[in-house]
Design a protein. Structure first.
Length: 103
């Protein structure tokens, strides 16, 4: 069980499992208004178990929205991780795999 230790600055800390972070990131893409498909999602903790790095491959529905959708992915991942561990991730590595056809 890999975890992230979160210091609350209130004389206690709690732990968040990396699998919970991974599931939370996956849920982002089930609820977006723009069609985005992700694969090969990896969430890795650092040595101190205080932060994470995220790697994922993704495809989008329309290339005309490429820049906007990529920035939206980064923003949503940062916000989701911040809400869980009170800090932004060390690194978000996105691999663009192309456009899929929804027809």
């Amino acid at each position: 069980m890999d975890y992230i230790s979160v210091n609350t600055k209130m004389n206690f800390a709690f732990k968040v499992e990396v699998e919970v972070i991974k599931d939370s990131i996956q849920s982002i893409f089930n609820n977006t208004e723009y069609p985005i498909r992700i694969s090969d999602l990896k969430v890795m903790s650092n040595i101190e178990h205080s932060n994470v790095s995220v790697n994922l491959n993704y495809k989008i529905g329309q290339f005309s929205n490429f820049s906007f959708q990529t920035k939206m992915i980064i923003f949503l991942i940062e916000q989701k991780i911040y809400s869980l561990i009170n800090t932004k991730p060390i690194n978000i590595n996105l691999v663009f795999e192309g456009v899929f056809n929804e027809k």
